[in-house]
Structure formats: C-alpha cells, structure tokens
Design a binder for this molecule. Structure first.
Ligand SMILES: [Mg+2]
Length: 105
C-alpha cells in the first residue's frame, strides 16, 4: 500500500478546545505517521498566543495560523499550503466569508 503524506488542518475554537487531550493525541499520532498538521483558526493574530501555547506546543507554533475571520481555504492557498483534510466545527468558515455574514445579521 502506498503511503501518502496527509496535510491536515485542525480548527481551534470549539474543535480543539472541545477536548484538547484527545486532539493532542491525534496530532501526535499524525506527526508520528509523518503527516503534516496545521492549526488554522479564524482568530485575529492578537488572539493567537493561546493557540500557540496549547496545540502549538504539539504541532509547533509556526504551524498555527489565524486568518482574522477570512475564509480559511483561500487564506492558506495564499500561503501556498493546500490542506487535504479539514477538521472544523464550522465548515462554512473554510470555504466562504462566514463570519462577516454572521456578524452582519
Ligand atoms: Mg471553530
């Protein structure tokens, strides 16, 4: 069986934070299997330290990104990173401008 490197994104708020111990184990296993794990949050940069202190301690602080409410997929594409698998409680925020629409309502 061919083994692929899988590029995974895990969301922070209401995804990682729902069970950090569980996701830490998932991240460790993924890294052990030579996959790549990023944390892609919609948080603004000023609220990213908490992310880097927690999941960032497992995956590396440089692998944690805050899009500042921008759609995540396009934001990561602009960093030349194509995510294979998104783990996110708000999938709408990956593909479209979800948060500004929520804020407008
Ligand atoms: Mg979330």
């Amino acid at each position: 069986m061919k083994e692929y490197i899988v590029i995974i994104s895990i969301d922070f708020d209401d995804t990682y934070t729902k069970d950090p111990e569980f996701w830490d184990e998932v991240c460790k296993l993924a890294i052990q299997k030579k996959h790549t794990v990023y944390c892609v949050s919609a948080r603004p940069e000023k609220h990213m330290p908490k992310v880097r202190e927690t999941v960032g301690a497992i995956i590396g602080g440089d692998s944690c990104f805050g899009t500042g409410l921008q759609p995540k997929r396009e934001w990561m594409k602009n960093k030349n990173i194509e995510i294979d698998i998104w783990i996110d409680d708000t999938p709408d925020a990956i593909v479209r401008d979800h948060y500004s629409q929520v804020i407008k309502k």
